[in-house]
Design a protein around this ligand. Sequence first.
Ligand SMILES: [Zn+2]
Length: 262
Amino acid sequence: MWTYQHQSFIVHQLPVLRDNYIYIIQDRHSSVACVVDPALAAPVIKACSQLKITPTHILNTHHHWDHTDGNEELVQTYQCEVVANQDDASRIPHISQPIAVNSALTLGHLNIQSIEVYGHTLGHIAFVIDDALFCGDTLFGGGCGRLFEGSFAQMWSSLQKLAELPNETRFYCAHEYTLPNLRFARDMDKDNAALKQRIKRDTQTRMKQQPTIPSTIGLEKKTNPFLRPLNPRFVDKYNQENNTTFNALQVFTHLRERKNTW
Ligand SMILES: [Zn+2]
């Protein structure tokens, strides 16, 4: 388990299953504690007992089992509320506090903003709390989620929304996929010095069995191939290299399709 300090809350990061992360957000000024995307209940119960935390809420970004399977046991154990997208309520087990997309919610002293980020699923939301972003399977370190339900245009629009957050925003995604993502990035974005530096650093981090997450929005904009089409120079270079005349969305689409078979 790793811990990150923010001004008004603490984030605890639990590695579970093969490459999932569950987060516990602990409000510094109240007894509110939110579990984000519990794939499992047992590791959360163990961590909470060590930390002497009683979860008051679960925040689900989307309905996939490796984000919601822990809901039932956590609700039974702690009688906590389940916060998720009201438009996806039928697919979220034990949802009790449905919220609208692009709305605000205050829990204790946590001011939570929900952002619609459809694409990976139709119903996926991200949660922003101050300078922290919990984005489930939308943005990953050096990559982005697969499109199971949404369109390329939806995913591109979702990623753009996340890219508009301040550069220093730390983002907490639900999987440790960074190194394989960066190997793809290296092939798509040669001569990117920031990317080369990141690959070196993150490789060392993983060799020490440390997480590469959280990353920051600023670093992703410089090194993540799925945000790089925001930079017109990258689009120009991509078009030259591939003999295409794509706009930013088309470059994103082309990259996302290539990644599926890479
Ligand atoms: Zn998912």
